[in-house]
Design a protein around this ligand. Sequence first.
Ligand SMILES: [Fe+2]
Ligand SMILES: [Fe+2]
Length: 378
Amino acid sequence: MTAKAIVDPRDNVLGRARVTDTTELEIFYGELAKRNAGAFWKRANAIEPWEPETRYRPTLWRYAHMRDMCLRAIELVKPDEAGRRVVTLLNDSDAGRENTAVCGWLFSGMQAMRPGEITPAHKHTASAHRFIMEGKGAYTVVDGHPITLGVNDYVLTPNGCWHDHGVDAEGEVSIWQDGLDIPLMNCLETNFYAVYDAPAQAAAFPVNDLPQSYGGAGLRPEGIAAWDKAYSPVMVYRWDAVRDALRNLAEVSEGSPFDGHMMRYANPLTGGWALQTMGAHMQRLPGGFRGKAHRHTGNVIYNVAGGQGYSIIGGQRFDWQTHDIFCVPAWTWHEHVNLDPVDEAFLFSFNDFPVMEALGVRIEDVFKDNDGRQICAL
Ligand SMILES: [Fe+2]
Ligand SMILES: [Fe+2]
């Protein structure tokens, strides 16, 4: 971050840097630079802003366009040459392009696979999760646990786990969204990657053993070895169960004025997030829902699981429909609206909240003016 050209009037107070440069100081700065040093007061206000200043912009990717791009990618590139034929979603900002980021220190992409194809087995220190958008017969194998995948299912591939993906020969072309913390791992310089010594893992456990053992709401299996991993043992969260849980909640609760009815994909053993660095939610906006605006630290990437509406993000309106993807950068006002007066809408989203919580910097603010809603040009 470079020093600001225009000095913020708020900076003209005791406790902020407000040094007037002189010829002697300029000479001093030059001498510091020769010694790999600098004057902190020259940069202090820029690197310690009054509040978070995101380098990312709200961005929306239309499924109609991106689906087409994914299908072209699998026509043009062979899976054994590309490794993963992912179309990367790049935030509409210099930071997004430089960091290969969808928003903040998060990566996201979309990939399509044809029946009979596989993504070669590999592992990395980046955590990953996916949201299935269309198809039939998709599956993943995580550390020898085979997991079948259906539309709107949410599946984990935690950091350090061997994983490969595929679509059964009798299945259909399948498309999903990937979310990873690759930019965060690169920022922290902790990124390792390895390929498996075979194209795909052999199943070491029965198909769906983990979701069938741990996926019963409020139930925990006895008589099997205790789960000792830092991530959720459920591994896949089925759409039908998530949707029904939200509808049940809606019968007894008005939900949040910002998010409607919302469920966290939780580790049932702890109640915490399913992964250590990324969280995910599914939310239900009742027919006619007109949410209020808030903002918070952390970045959120949405995938419209169903319905039609719009979100106002940083004062700009983004209309969305099923499987459009959009992002809300850190500390940016946002509110959601379901345009259908009767039918519910569902938004899947993933975020970096677990990192914010671990570092003690998960902070929220509520929009107070205009009955809690942003003034939007459109
Ligand atoms: Fe991977
Ligand atoms: Fe939010």
